[in-house]
Design a protein around this ligand. Structure first.
Ligand code: SF4
Length: 289
């Protein structure tokens, strides 16, 4: 059996930074340490930091005044900074610089009178944060089906130009199709900022290639992780046997390995730590012996 592990599998720069800095705070023994939303889409890491005293909350109103608060790599909407000031919270702002760049584009488009089309998953925390920077003259487009109503909203806004940005972990293929669709329907100035992160692009490109040449494709990552799900979708498109697992304890892994596949590919989402990948690799190697 041949096992091929993707070179880009695992933590991206933004997630590594957020995880490392959070452990630095834990090691400094920072008191009253809160995290606004799950630090990363990975159960093991969230469990571990919780054991070490980090309190994860979904809503800033649940954080007592004067506490220390981690802003995760996904970033937050601008009004969170205002509330934090009012509550005298000390922010440990770990917004990924690439997400912060998308916020900058959103602000610039908004100030320059563009109608913003944000190509993104509506419910993703990064999207919610970015949308806050876009202002009211903006629409989220999640799929081609949303383009028509987005154009209707644009026309009703009386603005004359469109600025397009994307969630950093959006599918490159889908983004290009949506942009083409928008361009084919309106005749106005359209400025496109492809803000999909290159860490995302590289993982998707490698998954595309790897999943075409293996008999079984294993994608490791959290069930809430958008970028992991994307890697699974690409794998399932190219490889008849593709599974998404969170860890080596996942039953689906044991079941699928019973089939004695000859060539197995492994990829992992940007929020999957190296030790999770190593555990799966160890499990597979033990399984065949
Ligand atoms: S995928 Fe890219 S933008 Fe998102 S956290 Fe990682 S490095 Fe930052």
């Amino acid at each position: 059996m041949e096992l091929i592990i993707g070179k880009t599998a695992g933590f991206c720069f933004g997630v590594r930074n957020a995880v490392d800095k959070t452990y630095e705070e834990i090691n400094k023994n920072t008191k009253d340490l809160y995290c606004l939303g799950e630090l990363v889409h990975n159960e093991k890491i969230v469990e571990d930091i919780t054991k070490k005293g980090v309190i994860t909350v979904e809503d800033i109103s649940d954080i007592p005044n004067n506490s220390n608060v981690i802003i995760r790599a996904h970033g937050v909407e601008p009004n969170i900074y205002d509330i934090a000031k009012e509550k005298n919270l000390k922010l440990i702002d770990l917004t990924c610089p690439k997400v912060a760049k998308v916020h900058e584009f959103a602000k610039a488009f908004s100030n320059d009178g563009y109608y913003i089309m944000l190509i993104a998953e509506r419910k993703h925390p990064e999207t919610i944060g970015t949308k806050g920077f876009c202002g009211k003259n903006s629409t989220i487009i999640e799929s081609i089906e949303d383009v028509e109503s987005a154009i209707k909203n644009f026309k009703e806004s009386n603005l004359t130009k469109i600025g397009i940005i994307a969630q950093t972990t959006f599918s490159v293929e889908k983004f290009n199709k949506i942009v083409e669709n928008i361009k084919s329907r309106v005749n106005c100035k359209i400025e496109v900022k492809n803000t999909i992160c290159n860490a995302t692009e590289m993982r998707q490109a490698e998954t595309e290639e790897l999943s075409k040449k293996v008999d079984l494709m294993i994608v490791i990552g959290g069930k809430n992780s958008a970028n992991t799900k994307r890697l699974y979708d690409i794998s399932a498109k190219n490889c008849e046997n593709a599974i998404l697992i969170q860890s080596n304890a996942d039953l689906a892994l044991k079941e699928v390995l019973e089939n004695n596949f000859e060539k197995i590919g492994i990829m992992a989402g940007a929020s999957t730590p190296k030790y999770c990948i190593d555990e799966v690799v160890g499990y597979i190697n033990n399984f065949k012996n």
